[in-house]
Design a protein around this ligand. Structure first.
Ligand code: MIC
Ligand code: SF4
Length: 755
């Protein structure tokens, strides 16, 4: 039986009427994304058609998901909201804080020892406020959500950018910062700019070495890391229906890498099979009863150009495996072209590590396809040249894979390491031997992100993203440029052999099984539960509200850093070793912008303190300005804040005295996080004005008292020689968001309202 089945039935009960009404106001057939959005309006029935990409709309999501590294901050904020219980079903998942080093059991025990305080905090907060808690080892948030909570036609938000994974089960699931989660858990509306819609028509059928992963690797190559910004991507067509449910999850998951608000697929047989296999006949039956509402209207899919803002068509029959990278997930290379491209770019060809896992590709099907390659290699007398590391997605997947002999197969390669059911190397929780030497090297993995330093902290590790079966093939060959379709390998008898095409099982033939899934249900009445945050803790710190706006202009501000090129949330607030401070704002602020490249000189974590001319690390300089009462600004390039939902990337600069972040363009979640935390997130009206900003400039806002929706702001830039430039700045704040700025943060406003 499914969790929260009554809630799901109640959602479906509203569908027929609300969708009919939405079709009337919109005046044409509806896409699936529109159906889900219009059925989840905070105000109930639609009475107006929203302008895509323009109107801010209040929604009422059905549920909230959080993971340990973001839940700490989300729940510290929720504790300030003055509520006794969460308003919608919510869960927290302990998955990010477990390091991969020796192997599952030892690593998990080590994590329990070192993160005990945080896990206890999460467990007790969840217990107190009615939140389901998935304990360390239970699995990666998005696999656990897909297995237990996602449902076709539902709307969910989650404090992790890959919440979008649940689109594989036909949801509109959106990654957000913790402050957004606090809104929904407090019973308030959740606001989103009505997204634009991209339709991806899939024809044909995957064959040979091509997999669902290659669909999104290709889409990423077409749309780039910012091509999906502000959009929902809806997949449809006979090709879409031919994909497994977890394969659809993989595609939706990596929609985060093109900046998409989310991605989704219409309800179909593959989803029904998955629901039934994961013990949710009740959800499948309920979904079947409203089936026509859980997919786009037929007219839409017949003439997509008339209904979507952009349409892409991919023929799955022609798709070949890809490797995306290094350093960015949109640098797509068909495997057949890798030889030439790698040599031309001087990418290291030898591979030492090949990693399978992450929320993107850790399903049962993924493991079976990768295992089929290993099995074939064993039969053909091949030994792996690289080490295979595997993180199963959930305890249910791991237990079943063990029962069915898949883990044994992987372990037949002596070097294989089976790590915990957790994020592990995907988020830098990987004690890779020798990484500190910072040698230039390449790795392949089935994860989604491959930003510099992300997996092992080494800036010279070139990480390439591929399907699990390709990762297995690369592990065996030890070569980045190995093309399993054409290349042969020499086995231990000196014979030349070729790997067979992968085969896999969509779902376990004997069904899933698990002994202890790692779930902790919350107390019925949590009022007596005590939540402990020790005053001297270096892991957890109660939040002190940010200072409200004083009504004046920000003047005499200094430049903390002008970041050049890619500046993702990994650059702004690095993960890996810093994850341990995610519940302690002051401590984690010591990683603020340490990965950003200084436009003046190209170094990282080295900026000039204009007060005394010295050079120091970014957080130190920020603290020096703050101590001297000098405001600061940060300047950045395109797609600033790409990647994660971590609101630390907004809270840290806020905590350290940064008042405005001014960039060429923002990634969606980060821009919202800045607004929520009472910061000014602004964009250059004229992109070239980025070039005007000098290291020793002084900045004066001149018209902040007139801060209003749809009205530009002006920044006076005073150069060291006394000359000035007026820079026009755009923003996307609506009236309520301006109130957040005025109050010092969105949370300050909630607190005022609940007082
Ligand atoms: C990631 O993949 O970058 C993370 C770690 O899951 C983040 C969340 C975080 O920073 O805690 C994300 O994707 O939102
Ligand atoms: Fe975890 Fe990696 Fe997925 Fe983020 S992308 S949730 S770190 S597995």
């Amino acid at each position: 039986m499914a969790f929260d089945i009554d809630m799901i039935k109640a959602v479906y009960a509203k569908f027929p009427e609300r969708i009919a009404q939405a079709r009337t106001v919109v005046g044409k057939p509806l896409t699936l994304a529109e159906k889900i959005l219009y059925t989840h309006l905070w105000n109930g029935q639609a009475d107006t058609a929203f302008e895509r990409g323009a109107d801010y709309v209040d929604f009422g999501p059905d549920r909230v998901a959080m993971q340990d590294a973001t839940a700490q901050m989300a729940l510290l904020q929720f504790m300030q909201a003055g509520k006794d219980k969460v308003a919608v079903p919510s869960t927290a998942h302990a998955d990010h804080l477990i390091q991969a080093k020796i192997g599952a059991d030892k690593d998990l025990q080590e994590s329990l020892n070192t993160n005990n305080e945080v896990f206890n905090f999460l467990s007790s907060v969840c217990n107190k406020y009615g939140i389901g808690f998935w304990k360390p080892g239970a699995g990666i948030i998005h696999q656990v959500v897909l297995e237990n909570y996602a449902f076709p036609g539902g709307m969910m938000i989650g404090t992790d950018s890959h919440t979008v994974n649940a689109g594989g089960l036909g949801m509109v699931a959106i990654g957000v910062g913790g402050a957004d989660a606090v809104d929904v858990m407090s019973g308030m509306p959740w606001e989103l700019k009505f997204p634009k819609l991209i339709g991806v028509k899939l024809t044909g059928k995957l064959n040979g070495w091509a997999s669902a992963k290659d669909v999104i690797l290709k889409v990423a190559g077409i749309l780039t890391v910012k091509g999906g910004t502000g959009c929902i991507v809806e997949y449809f067509g006979e090709g879409a229906q031919s994909l497994s449910c977890t394969g659809k999850g993989t595609i939706c998951n990596m929609g985060a890498e093109i900046g998409a608000t989310t991605s989704t697929f219409g309800y179909d047989d593959s989803m029904e099979r998955y629901l039934r296999a994961t013990d949710r006949n009740d959800v499948a039956d309920a979904a079947n009863a409203v089936k026509e509402h859980l997919t786009g209207d037929a007219e839409v899919y017949a003439n997509p150009e008339q209904y979507f803002d952009q349409v892409i068509e991919i023929n799955l029959s022609d798709l070949t495996p890809h490797l995306n990278g290094p350093f960015t997930p949109d640098l797509a290379t068909p495997v057949a072209e890798m030889k030439e491209k790698a040599v031309a770019n001087d990418w290291p060809l030898d591979i030492e590590w090949a990693l399978i896992g992450s929320c993107t590709n850790s399903s049962y099907e993924d493991l079976t396809r990768a295992a089929s390659i290993v099995e074939d290699a064993l039969v053909k007398g091949l030994e792996p040249k690289a080490t295979l590391g595997i993180n199963p997605g959930s305890e249910q997947v791991r237990f079943t894979a063990e029962r069915d002999g898949l883990l044994d197969t992987f372990n037949k390669f002596e070097s294989t390491r089976i790590f915990t059911n957790a994020c592990g190397p995907c988020i830098g929780q990987w004690e890779r031997e020798g990484a500190e030497k910072q040698e230039k090297n390449s790795i392949v993995h089935s994860f989604n992100r491959n930003f510099a330093k992300r997996a092992d902290g080494n800036p010279n590790t070139h990480a390439f993203v591929a399907s699990p079966e390709m990762v297995a093939a690369v592990a065996i060959s030890g070569r980045l440029d190995f093309n399993p379709i054409t290349d042969s390998l020499v086995n231990k008898n000196g014979e030349s052999v070729q790997l067979a095409e992968p085969t896999g099982l969509e779902l376990p033939t004997q069904g899933f099984d698990v002994e202890d899934n790692g779930y902790q249900a919350p107390a019925q009445d949590g009022s007596g539960v005590e939540v402990v945050v020790k005053e001297d803790s270096n892991r957890l710190q109660l939040l002190i509200p940010f200072t409200p706006w004083d009504g004046g202009n920000i003047t005499n501000a200094k430049l903390l850093i002008k970041a050049e090129g890619k500046c993702t949330t990994d650059h702004i607030s690095m993960a890996g070793p810093w994850l341990k401070f995610r519940g302690h704002l002051d401590n984690i602020s010591n990683n603020c912008l340490i990965g950003a490249v200084n436009a003046f000189g190209g170094a990282t974590n080295s900026v000039v303190n204009q007060l005394d001319g010295s050079k120091d690390e970014v957080p130190n300089v920020a603290r020096a300005y703050k101590a001297a009462g000098v405001d600061t600004i940060v300047v950045g390039d395109h797609n600033y804040g790409e990647g994660s939902s971590r609101e630390h990337a907004a809270m840290e600069p806020r905590h350290l005295g940064v008042r405005a972040v001014i960039v060429k363009s923002f990634a969606r979640i980060h821009e919202t996080n800045l607004k929520k935390q009472g910061m000014l997130g602004l964009t250059f009206a004229n992109e070239n004005d980025y070039d005007l900003i000098k290291e020793d400039d002084t900045f004066n806002f001149v018209d902040l008292s007139e801060f209003a929706p749809n009205k530009t702001l002006t920044l006076e830039v005073v150069h060291a020689d006394g000359s000035t430039d007026d820079v026009v700045l755009n923003h996307t704040y609506n009236a309520q968001q301006i109130d957040w700025f005025k109050a010092g943060s969105a949370l300050n406003l909630i607190r005022e309202q609940n007082a």
